[in-house]
Ligand binder design. Structure first.
Ligand code: Q0N
Length: 308
């Protein structure tokens, strides 16, 4: 399946016209802009990271944006950066951003990014479960016998993957491949930090009724330091599960996408995910209930009220 493309490989939306910024990159959900210096040239030391309201489901970017999703995830990520400050430095420079992207953008330090998606798993599901079923290991780590979909692992495991271009899927990397890409010392620090970020995240989230099954983080290098970049411990970068519904042995409901997945796979949507066709627009009630789940995750985790 390597190199197989998704139905929507290209940018999902036109870049914004932000005065004082030049568009540099669009991912599935986030866009990057470079601030322009007084001469009009793009600065090489900073980026504006803008979170959109786009939602991906079944490998499609849905045509219906979720109101406030970009702001909720940006505010959640900023809160996590603070909770993690004693563990790892982060790329945030300022939350003073253009009015058009208020609340959903951050000015960040431009770093030399590691060419590795740093993933850690605290519970077994998805690709990790498939590896375990095949030979009892995930990412080279032997796990106990008898684990099932949703089982909690004895401790978080580092399961790195490649950074695939938009439209392709990340592929698992062995630890040896990470070492070959970034060197032994950086690989060891990235592995250690990634598992500690997930462990800290779960200590905090468990008190608030949320389990974080796994997470993907990105690091950049600044001199001798590894710096946490991108977004951290959001529902887009992590699998959030409602703790009170956790029941190993089957696929766990997703904290945020449950209503979307349920509706898209129900006869009511008239959509067949095997058809290759784009999913239909979401009905208002599914949209509103999904927005409410993002806000609920933010409010439960942070103890703050979300205001748009
Ligand atoms: C960053 N991307 C693009 C290439 C593009 N702080 C940062 N400094 C430098 N770069 C980035 C950040 C952040 N955050 C660049 N995303 C984040 C995404 N990659 C994807 C793979 O292809």
């Amino acid at each position: 399946m390597s190199g197989m493309t998704s139905p929507q490989p290209g940018p999902a939306a036109l870049p914004l016209d932000l005065p004082g910024y030049a568009h540099v990159y669009s991912g599935k959900v986030r866009d990057l802009y470079a601030p322009l210096d007084p001469s009009g040239a793009p600065r090489d030391d900073q980026l504006l990271l803008v979170a959109s309201d786009r939602l991906s489901a079944f490998d499609f970017i849905l045509g219906t944006p979720i109101p406030d999703k970009g702001a909720v995830l940006t505010q959640l990520s900023l809160w996590w950066f603070e909770q993690l400050e004693d563990l790892v430095p982060n790329h945030v420079v300022s939350t003073e951003v253009p009015a058009e992207v208020a609340g959903r953008a951050v000015l960040v330090r431009r770093l030399e990014m590691l060419p590795v998606e740093c993933v850690a798993r605290a519970y077994l599901t998805g690709g990790g479960l498939r590896e375990y079923v095949a030979d009892g290991h995930v990412s080279g780590v032997r796990l106990p016998d008898g684990l099932v979909d949703g089982s909690r692992l004895p401790e978080p495991v580092f399961t790195p993957s490649t950074k695939a271009p938009v439209g392709e899927h990340d592929q698992p990397m062995s630890y040896a491949e990470v070492v070959a890409a970034v060197g032994e010392r950086t690989a060891q620090r990235a592995s250690d930090l990634t598992t500690r970020i997930l462990a800290r995240g779960n200590e905090i989230a468990a008190e608030r009724g949320i389990l974080i099954a796994d997470t993907k983080v990105e690091f950049g290098i600044d001199g001798d330091d590894l710096v946490l970049a991108d977004e951290v411990l959001t529902p887009d970068s992590s699998r959030f599960w409602p703790a009170d519904q956790w029941e190993p042995g089957h696929t766990q409901p997703s904290f945020d996408k449950e209503f979307v997945r349920e509706w898209l796979t129900s006869p009511a949507s008239g959509w067949d995910k095997a058809s290759g066709e784009a999913p239909p627009p979401l009905p208002d009630d599914v949209l509103e209930r999904t927005r409410a789940k993002y806000v609920e995750a933010y409010e439960r985790l942070t103890g703050r009220t979300f205001s748009s």
